[in-house]
Design a protein. Structure first.
Length: 199
């Protein structure tokens, strides 16, 4: 009960801090706009959007599973950062340790979305870009590109699964894995809930 109370206070404090930053940035934007300083107004609004994207990213992290098959989450590596372009956020979580590690990264407004969507929707481009190690798969109704990467050390191959989701790109990197494992990992993600939060 005590832990729940402390967690509630921490969440309330973080929400109040974000609300203050939000109000401060909006007020700064309004003041700059009224003074004719459009560049300053634009910057303050961008700061507000970055903070909002980071807050949404932290909510997305809460949706991700605590385990992927037998791999436990590395909570200390959880991370949400604003993107360099002031648009969107990058959400990172990893599972497992050592040679058997899987990483999930969700990049909101990823610059790679256009290229990947072209690859997924055009059989001609998919055939041209295919080297026998890439293929298109569908998981939970979403198309994605699965790429197999051979390891030089003789271990099992690594796989990368890239799935465009609304305006974000989900990338799952699984070292020393199999195709069935990475597809199971992708199926363990609540895609529809993530899409709803980040749209």
């Amino acid at each position: 009960m005590k832990k729940l109370f402390i967690l509630s206070i921490m969440i309330a404090t973080a929400a109040a801090s974000y609300a203050q930053d939000f109000k401060k940035d909006v007020a700064a934007a309004k003041t700059a706009y009224n003074a004719g300083k459009l560049e300053d107004a634009h910057f303050a609004l961008q700061q507000t959007l970055v903070q909002m994207d980071i807050t949404i990213g932290k909510e997305v992290l809460k949706l991700l599973p605590e385990k992927m098959d037998t791999l436990k989450v590395n909570a200390t590596e959880d991370n949400v950062n604003g993107n360099v372009s002031f648009v969107g956020a990058t959400i990172h979580r990893s599972y497992g340790m050592g040679p058997k590690k899987t990483e999930v990264e969700i990049v909101n407004n990823s610059p790679l979305l256009g290229t990947l969507n072209a690859f997924l929707t055009s059989p001609f481009l998919a055939k041209m870009g295919g080297d026998g190690n890439s293929k298109v798969l569908k998981v939970q109704g979403y198309k994605g590109r699965l790429t197999k990467e051979q390891n030089m050390d003789g271990n099992a191959p690594s796989y990368k699964f890239e799935i465009p989701l609304s305006n974000a790109l989900i990338t799952i990197d699984a070292a020393n894995s199999s195709e069935s494992e990475i597809v199971a990992f992708a199926n363990s993600l609540p895609m529809d809930k993530i899409a709803k939060l980040i749209q």
